[in-house]
Design a protein. Sequence first.
Length: 410
Amino acid sequence: MAALPSRRALVPLAKSCRDHRFLSSCAVKVTHTSNDGDADTGKNNLSRLQTLRSRLHEEDTSLHEFAASSLEPIIKRKKAPPRSSKILPKPKWLRAAPATSPKYHELRSTVRSLGLATVCEEAKCPNIGDCWGGGHGKNNPNSAEEAEHYGTATATIMIMGDTCTRGCSFCAVKTSRKPPPLDADEPRKVAEAVSEWGLDYVVLTSVDRDDLDDQGSYHFRKVVQELKQLNNAKGKNIIVEALTPDFCGEMDLVSNVATSGLDVYAHNIETVERLTPRVRDRRAGYVQSMNVLAHVKTANPNVLTKTSIMLGLGENDDEIRTTLRDLRENDVDVVTFGQYLQPSRRHLPVKEYVTPEKFEEWRVVAEEDMGFKYCASGPLVRSSYKAGEFFLKNMVREKEERKRLEDVAV
């Protein structure tokens, strides 16, 4: 037995039947009125109606034929595409406090007025409110507890423009083969801004400038020197950290910055050796970065060296341990661990969200097992995240250790 047509399929048929009944009633009405009115007009109307009815009759089909011809696929509205399996939902521990403090707004206003760029904003750092809002009035803590209690305002100024000549797969900074020329007045602007902010610790970083003959190393050196000179003239003892590019492995350019008067020389290894070609620009390299960090101590034995590793890109524990050993063999003093966060859909996806407990394990491995002088490790830690506090606490610990040794010697 043939299946009965659906209700939807019968709707056009019902409409057709109503049309037939309407035409039939019209024909009857016209027939009655034609007796009283003009006979020719009634005959013409009747003739037209009969012609239309005949045409409908010729085109009419049986119920089953009509139903069979109407059973076409029903086009359904497309739903929104499902969430990509590559994008992992963020866990609850990856929540940063909003930037609302007066200190944050003060720093932001100065950055705008002087036309400066900060990596905090350009790289969309989640800790900008925390770092810029530091500084609770205690610049020279006497103990590790005081250093931890009194925050140290830290800002990371990005010099040599806001456009990089490289395109790393994890970075949100703009890229171009030919960025705008350097601002010759930038060293003075940076020095004045930092002096106005009253910062205890400043991190200078820069975009890569492969388009320049010296890749910007002399400009970097001038900024550090101007910053130190202005603050020393005002009786301020500011700590300067330089987070530098690799300068394509040209060691004379690395020496330009290492001997500029800075306190900490930072260059990020970013990830383990296996993932480096995928994560970093093709002009960067794992071995090249290791060589840069090693050369810094040759150029300036008194400077501290520092690097940063992102977790969550697909690395494994053995690879992380190997990287830490390589860093120590190249006499790197400080290492930081942070969670990689995907800036946009165009960037590398997050492979794993590492738990705070795992980050703490890596801190213990770095400090106690590997011998790093200091390790900052946490989901929201970045290369320069609260760098001033980390540096000051490390200095205090060294001071306390020296005092202990002196007491023992006496």
